[in-house]
Design a protein around this ligand. Structure first.
Ligand SMILES: Cc1ncc(COP(=O)(O)O)c(C=O)c1O
Length: 455
């Protein structure tokens, strides 16, 4: 028999409520069983939630449970689920033109979006864009463009990086399990440099920072790698899957300088950190970067698949006609959704909301850090925040086991939290930037209780 376990109503906003005895409820369970029979195991699921509908910060499942969502599909709905402007733009587009394929017949949306991205991208000089479907595809294209432009083969990425699941993107990624295990041989001519993981700094500690990580990179480029063979360096300004590790501006600027001095294309992967998540349209802006190329996706499409490479015209124009692109790249639906997202960010004060949500998260998370020995680090930029769990604050031994207990408790209360981190011991928060103050507070209250119960 099903019963009401918890129902919370905040003001006028329909709020999280769990009406089944346990999550998943019976209707969801039926689909989960079917999923196990017909959907490949390798396609992972973080929660056992089978969604029926979603709006703003809330997801309702097939059983009528309503969840407060601190993940938004891993940061791909920064302006909230089912934003009216995105729905309207897609509905209007689908009625006039579904997809003629840009390579065969052009349409305005592709060109408009390329113009918007070229104008909004940070850094100096004229810019152009090309559009694709997924983040990994943007990364693949950025690497192709960089190789073509420089005529060099080598690609550098960082430890703790995540760039996607296709072959080059996977090769550039860290965390062997689950992303790379058993999938070799990987793409050739790729190299790893350190991440500026300040909480676990092996170069004398963040307190005595002398940019040892940057020195290490410089030494690698003198002793181990020849810059004459390196086409590109790709970096996430705030590493996402790796554990929400903000790379210090000085480190990023140092990498950029090395690239500029050595004809190495400086690629900034803003797939997770972009579109207001970091309190600026792109995290690169906050760090004062001048990327040669940027890779974009996730929240760009407000839920409709689309991605982009945007960068300096001279570099973007290196491939000849037909050498980059793809059948569905930059579909009219994706373009109209993206144009709507960019407008919403501008007109609905989304950057300011990211800042205020970030402040609220930081305050609550820091007070939890004071209270709980297991929270080793609280870090983030804008509304891209995380906490790192350790068994002991002095030894910093990772504590991944507690995450499962916390996320399970929260899920049963109707709050979705997801993990990250090279040691799987980080809880990351990607609330939609339309989440209300009350909803953030509600989620943080559940988190605090979840930690208390999971010790
Ligand atoms: C920084 C970054 N790059 C690339 C990707 C890959 O994007 P996609 O899953 O759309 O291929 C992701 C996805 O999480 C990401 O966070």
């Amino acid at each position: 028999m099903e019963c009401v376990v918890e129902k919370v109503i905040i003001g006028e906003i329909p709020a999280r409520k769990i009406i089944t005895k346990r999550v998943p409820g019976n209707k969801s369970l039926e689909w989960i069983q079917k999923r196990q029979q017909y959907v490949a195991k390798g396609v992972g699921n973080i929660t056992p939630v089978v969604a029926k509908t979603a709006k703003g910060a809330l997801i309702e499942d097939l059983d009528g449970n309503v969840f407060l969502d601190f993940a938004v599909g891993i940061g791909m709905q920064n302006i909230g689920h089912g934003h009216d402007a995105v729905i309207k733009a897609v509905q209007e587009q689908v009625e006039s033109l579904v997809h003629p394929c840009f390579h065969v017949t052009m349409y305005e949306g592709y060109i408009k979006l390329a113009e918007e991205l070229a104008k909004k991208a940070p850094g100096t000089g004229e810019k152009k864009a090309m559009l694709a479907n997924s983040g990994a595809e943007a990364v693949e294209n950025a690497i192709k463009i960089a190789r073509k432009y420089t005529g060099k083969p080598g690609i550098i990425s960082l430890e703790c990086a995540f760039h996607g699941r296709t072959y080059m993107a996977m090769t550039l990624t860290s965390k062997v399990k689950p992303y790379k295990n058993g999938f070799g041989p990987y793409a050739s001519e790729t190299y790893k440099i350190p991440s500026a993981y300040c909480y676990r700094c092996p170069y004398g500690g963040a307190e005595n920072c002398n940019m040892g990580c940057l020195e290490k990179v410089k030494n690698l480029l003198k002793g181990e790698l020849s810059p004459e063979n390196i086409a590109a360096l790709i970096v996430e300004p705030i590493q996402g899957e790796g554990g929400f590790i903000p790379q210090p501006s000085a480190f990023l600027k140092g990498l950029e300088k090395i690239c500029k001095e050595n004809n190495i294309v400086f690629i900034v992967d803003e797939i997770q950190s972009g579109f207001a998540r970091a309190g600026t349209l792109f995290a690169s802006e906050g760090c004062g970067l001048d990327p040669d190329l940027m890779t974009l996706s996730k929240s760009l499409g407000g839920g409709i698949p689309i991605s982009a490479v945007v960068g300096k015209t001279e570099i973007m124009d290196a491939p000849a006609a037909g050498e980059i692109g793809g059948t569905y790249g930059g579909s009219p639906l994706g373009c109209e959704a993206a144009l709507a997202v960019l407008k919403v960010i501008e007109t609905e004060n989304i950057l300011a909301k990211a800042e205020s949500i970030g402040k609220q998260l930081k305050k609550r998370l820091q007070s939890m850090q004071d209270r709980f020995e297991v929270i080793g680090d609280v870090r983030g930029v804008g509304a891209m925040y995380a906490i790192e769990f350790v068994k002991n604050k002095k030894t910093k031994e990772p504590y991944p086991e507690i995450i499962k207990r916390i996320t399970e408790y929260a899920l049963q209360k109707g709050v979705i939290f997801i993990n990250a981190g090279i040691y799987s011991n980080v809880l990351r928060f990607l609330p939609p930037l339309v989440m209300t103050e009350e909803q953030v507070e509600d989620g943080m209250n559940v988190l605090e209780k979840a930690i208390e119960r999971s010790l």
